[in-house]
Design a protein around this ligand. Structure first.
Ligand code: HEC
Length: 136
C-alpha cells in the first residue's frame, strides 16, 4: 500500500517538474540514443567523443571548446539554458548556432551533454569521483 502511494507521488512529481519546464521535453533513453551519432557528427570534432574537449580541433581553437567534464558552463547548465546555447551559439567563439538541426535533435543533444557531465555516466563520460560526494 505505502509503496504504491510512494510510486504515485513520484509520477506526479515527475509530471509536475516537466510541466514547470515549459517547452523542455523530458529526457528519455531514446533521446540519448538518438543524440549519440549526432554528437559524434556535429560536436565531437571540438568537444571530443566523451565531452572532454579532446577533439582534433580543440588544440587550435581560441577560446577552447568547453570541457563538459571539468568546466562549468558560463551560459548555465539547466536544460533550457544548454538548449539555448546550442540554438544560438556563443558569439566570438567557434561555438556556432546549430539551427540546422531540428529542435528535437537539439533537445536530445542537450540531455546528452548533461548526461556526459554526470559522474559515472552511462555514456562513459565522467568517471565517478572516489571519496565523499559533495552533494552536487
Ligand atoms: C567548431 C568547434 C565546436 C563545435 C563543432 C561545437 N562546439 Fe560547443 N563550444 C565550442 C567552443 C569554442 C566553446 C566555448 C566558447 C566560449 O568559451 O566562449 C563551446 C562551448 C559549448 C558549451 C558550453 C557553453 C557554456 O555555457 O559555457 C556547450 C554546452 C556546447 N559547446 C555544446 C555543443 C554541442 C552540443 C555541439 C554539437 C551540436 C557543439 N558544442 C559543437 C566549440 C564547438
Amino acid at each position: 500500500m505505502r509503496e504504491n502511494l510512494t510510486k504515485w507521488m513520484m509520477v506526479v512529481g515527475m509530471l509536475g517538474s516537466s510541466l514547470a519546464f515549459g517547452a523542455a521535453p523530458a529526457p528519455t533513453k531514446e533521446m540519448l540514443e538518438k543524440a549519440k551519432p549526432s554528437f559524434g557528427k556535429n560536436c565531437a570534432a571540438c568537444h571530443g567523443e566523451k565531452g572532454d574537449a579532446s577533439g582534433q580541433m580543440a588544440a587550435v581553437l581560441v577560446p577552447k571548446p568547453r570541457n563538459f567534464l571539468t568546466e562549468p558552463f558560463k551560459k548555465g547548465n539547466k536544460p533550457d539554458e544548454v538548449f539555448k546555447t546550442i540554438s544560438t551559439g556563443i558569439p566570438g567563439s567557434t561555438m556556432v548556432a546549430f539551427t540546422q538541426l531540428q529542435e528535437d535533435e537539439r533537445w536530445a543533444l542537450t540531455y546528452y551533454v548533461l548526461e556526459l557531465q554526470k559522474p559515472g555516466s552511462v555514456l562513459g563520460g565522467n568517471k565517478p569521483k572516489g571519496g565523499k560526494s559533495k552533494g552536487k
